[in-house]
Design a protein around this ligand. Sequence first.
Ligand SMILES: C[S@@+](CC[C@H](N)C(=O)[O-])C[C@H]1O[C@@H](n2cnc3c(N)ncnc32)[C@H](O)[C@@H]1O
Length: 235
Amino acid sequence: MNNETLKSIRDAEKESHLEIYSTAKLFESGSWLQNPVKTVVDLLDYFKDYCKLNILDLGCGVGRNCIPIAQEFKKISCNIDCVDILDFAIEELNKNSIDYGVEEEINGIISSIDDFTIKNNHYDLIIAVSALEHINSEIAFTEKLNEIKNGIRKNGIVCLIINSEITEINKYNGQILVPQFEVNLKTQNLSDLLNETFDEWEVIKNTVCKQKYDIPRKDCISDLTTDVVTFVVKK
Ligand SMILES: C[S@@+](CC[C@H](N)C(=O)[O-])C[C@H]1O[C@@H](n2cnc3c(N)ncnc32)[C@H](O)[C@@H]1O
């Protein structure tokens, strides 16, 4: 992908999330921000006996997943590094963490996932929900998966939700659009890559679910179809 295409995808992604985050409030009923992702919530039991937790949320948005985690582990020593490329998302995350009483636990970081270096052997849980498909290139994506793997401590968990085989169509006129994702792998290739990278880890969840939803784009609403790959593994 050349620099121009990359920039245009990044701009479209920023614009679309700016619109989404400006119109829906965190945990607002009826919006996609209404609830944390169940797969993430279901993992919290694994950490119930911990007295110290380091967590990383890549592409955290305004806190849909990291804020409920922080609330759950507020009584112990818990730090959640929350990375998002969109400054507006991190500003909202910071406000939300005050509103929900977890500003001590949440550490908002404005950065692309590409530029954020994951410390080796540091985290007990790394989550990335609908975010890794926005890494610069397939090579960088593979490298980041390895960085995620190396960033996890013993018994730690990686929870990835990644879109693959994405198509976008202009809802108004049926025109086929270029999917606005930097990495758009074939589902089988993505599954193979995940299985190879984490080959000796315990698999907690490994599913593919076809989904379809509307997403705002520059001049239209895009009718988006995707295979959502959910991959959860324990070291
Ligand atoms: C679909 S949203 C998901 C947000 C959050 N994970 C959730 O489940 O609510 C994707 C998020 O990833 C962020 N994002 C997109 N590309 C990114 C990149 N290259 N680096 C970091 N964050 C990125 C967007 O700004 C957006 O907040």
